[in-house]
Design a protein around this ligand. Structure first.
Ligand code: SF4
Ligand code: SF4
Length: 699
């Protein structure tokens, strides 16, 4: 990837007593090195991509420390990598986006959790839940419960996050169990500082190598029957009590006392900041933290420690559990715990809070108001009620104003190479009819929105072709699967292509070969620097109908796609749509161009435009492109009322406007212009001559 993390890499080198400033996720990166991690892996995805990106770019420094870094091809390979800690005292950390990544990694995680670990293992999960989340809204908590892996949910501030990384490794080793740490979007991006420590050179590393496999062969370290039956017993009888003991003794969960000690709140650590804001809004907390309501903040949300829950609850008339999302795993466990100990404290949670969706500060103010109204009626909550009314008034007013605006769905970057493919598909659909289009995870999913409106299903990363397998045999038209090259290498090759070949599927697969896993921040792939890797892989697997087309050639793309849809030849037909991710291309071009300009060198930038005299104002070009820089403006002709099309500043000159005009036989309104900076003598002469003869040259 071209984005540079130079400053972040420098902060990884900070030593004892120095102050680290930055984001939560980068604090995790530094904390891993302070913990003596031996190896790090993962698969990119918001909000944890930076962790791996920084590690990959810091390879030289990590080599020096002896830390191995691996950019894994999927979450499954990252999880399996943790197998290094089963037999060896090596600490390992991996990261991915959850819930989707944990789903992909689930198989290896089950085996890892069954076998148990010798070296501490930490799985950093980007918990993509709530507002801003982009995947299926589920919680990682379920995986912790089913596999008996421990789940940390630190309070969102840098010292707490760093502390939990360090304690997480120790907890893992004390209980021989992998530990997961969930970080929500806001926790990953929370800014702050902490006092750094020296990085620790790992006990086992690329510089302190193991002397062969373990001296003694231990069958019980294999997650294989009959060992698995013993391992299941170990989980409940040995590892779980050991974990609870460690959590209790090391005080990983925190109690914050308050003067209203007949009631209390038990909160997931990750929600602590929101809770404090809600309490402050209700007039029950000071700006810097001290609250009147006692709080038990669970930095470890699984396993819970019954003694801690009972000690916090037993002298209170009522407690409120704040647990985001469904089902209410923690609340149920607390209820069981209190019932078993005959503690009669009234338990509230999902009865005053909503079941599905994020717990914003506003939601917590509402829920707390209900809880406190019932169990602490003497408290004055009017400031909270007034704030809720003001918030509602603002929201209602915003709703009125926004209602008048047209919707603006998210779309591809300006000049994105994937847009022309969907233009071509839209054109061909006019002739052969609309097919079933199975979408995949990636930038191309933007084509689900206007003006393309293509994409009937989305079943996961690299799953589009597999998701079309059941549709094809039932359809008169061939189904189409769209997949990015990221998705192809992640899962699509085996789940989709191999399965289609095995079952003699007859569909069309379009692979967007833009060179990177773009939607996650443009990380490199196996095919980034190697030409025709995708094509030769497909040929090797037995794909017979295979075409590679330059995306921006809309006419050629349309012809190829139409052939794929209509040829009598049976079997899988693959179009490799080739065009580099524009975001990445612009990142490379921009510094080159600004260097040329600063040196006074001639630079030429291509830009497209619309001749407003010939534009008919039918806007078919906009319906075929959706480029944000191709828009409308008032018609300059007083006799015509339809707005004309126009290209605003920001056009990167990708050429799609011209290609679409030709392929769809639209109109002759588009022109291609060259914007010349630092013109040479010939440019100046041509400029004068064009002006002389009435040509169109503008300053
Ligand atoms: S990041 Fe790249 S592939 Fe994704 S929309 Fe932007 S230009 Fe297209
Ligand atoms: S040429 Fe057209 S599609 Fe390409 S960037 Fe410019 S306005 Fe957008």
């Amino acid at each position: 990837m071209e984005r540079q993390f130079t400053r972040e890499i420098e902060s990884l080198r900070l030593g004892d007593g120095e102050t680290f400033h930055g984001e939560g996720i980068l604090a995790v990166t530094k904390a891993l090195l302070q913990s003596g991690v031996s190896y790090v892996g993962g698969y990119q995805g918001a909000p944890v991509s930076h962790l791996l990106d920084v590690m990959v770019q810091a390879r030289d420094y990590l080599d020096d420390l002896g830390v191995h870094v691996e950019a894994c091809t999927s979450e499954a390979s990252a999880a399996a990598m943790l197998g290094a800690s089963i037999n060896y005292p090596a600490r390992g950390a991996v990261t991915w986006k959850s819930i989707v990544g944990t789903n992909v990694a689930a198989d290896a995680l089950s085996y890892l959790a069954s076998a148990g670990v010798m070296g501490g293992t930490l799985i950093v999960l980007g918990e993509d839940y709530g507002e801003g989340g982009v995947v299926a809204q589920e919680r990682s908590h379920a995986f912790a419960l089913k596999s008996l892996m421990w789940l940390l949910d630190p309070r969102p501030n840098l010292p707490s996050i760093v502390e939990m990384v360090e304690r997480g490794f120790e907890l893992s080793e004390a209980s021989s169990t992998p530990v997961m740490m969930e970080l929500r979007i806001r926790a990953c991006h929370v800014k702050g500082s902490f006092i750094a420590k020296d990085n620790e050179r790992p006990a086992v590393s690329t510089r302190r190598k193991l002397d062969g496999p373990p001296a003694e062969f231990i069958y019980d370290r294999l997650a294989h029957p009959p060992a698995t039956f013993r391992q299941e017993k170990l989980k409940a009888d040995v590892r779980l009590p050991a974990a609870r003991k460690f959590i209790r003794e090391r005080r990983l969960n925190e109690v914050f006392p308050g003067s209203e000690d007949s009631i209390g709140v038990i909160v997931q650590g990750g929600l602590y900041n929101g809770l404090m804001l809600a309490l402050k809004t209700l007039g029950l907390a000071e700006p810097f933290g001290a609250a009147r309501i006692p709080i038990l903040a669970l930095n470890v949300v699984y396993p819970l420690v019954p003694e801690e829950i009972i000690a916090f609850s037993k002298d209170k008339t009522a407690i409120l559990v704040l647990e985001e999302g469904q089902p209410e795993f923690i609340e149920q466990e607390i209820a069981t715990c209190l019932r078993r100990a005959d503690v009669e404290t009234k338990l509230h949670g999902k009865d005053v809070m909503h079941m599905a969706g994020e717990y914003t500060a506003e939601a917590m103010v509402r829920g707390l108001s209900k809880f406190l109204g019932r169990h602490a009626p003497h408290l004055d909550l009017h400031s909270g009620a007034e704030w809720l009314e003001r918030t509602k008034a603002i929201r209602d007013r915003a709703g009125e104003l926004l209602g008048a605006l047209p919707q603006r769905p998210p779309t591809f970057c300006i000049g994105c190479p994937e847009r022309p493919v969907f233009s071509a598909m839209k054109l061909v659909a006019q002739e052969v009819g609309r097919p079933h289009v199975s979408m995949d995870v990636g930038c191309h999913a933007f084509a689900s929105f206007e003006p393309f409106s293509q994409g009937n299903t989305l079943l996961g990363y690299g799953m589009s072709l597999a998701a079309a397998a059941g549709v094809g045999p039932m359809s008169s038209r061939r189904p189409v699967a769209i997949m990015g090259d990221g998705g192809f290498w992640h899962n699509g090759l085996l789940s989709g292509v191999a399965s289609s070949l095995l079952n003699q599927g007859d569909g069309v697969l379009v692979i967007m070969k833009n060179g990177y896993a773009s939607a996650t921040g443009t990380q490199e792939l196996i095919s980034t620097h190697a030409d025709r890797t995708i094509e030769s892989t497909l040929e090797g697997m037995g794909v017979k109908w295979l075409r590679t087309v330059n995306n921006y050639r809309v006419g050629e793309m349309a012809k190829t796609y139409k052939e794929a849809m209509t040829t009598p030849e049976k079997g899988l037909k693959v179009i490799v749509a080739e065009g580099e991710c524009q975001l990445e291309r612009q990142r490379k071009l921009r510094p080159l161009v600004s260097k040329q300009l600063s040196e006074g060198k001639r630079t030429v930038r291509v830009k497209y435009g619309v001749d407003e005299d010939t534009c008919t104002g039918d806007h078919s070009c906009i319906r075929l492109s959706g480029c944000p820089t191709l828009t409308i403006k008032d018609n300059p002709d007083p006799l015509r009322t339809d707005p004309v099309a126009t290209v605003i500043d920001g056009c990167v000159g990708c050429g799609l406007c011209g290609e679409n005009a030709h392929a769809a036989v639209l109109c002759p309104s588009f022109y291609r212009a060259e914007v010349i900076q630092n013109p040479n003598a010939l440019d100046k002469l041509l400029f004068k001559m064009r002006n002389l003869f009435g040509g169109k040259t503008v300053h």
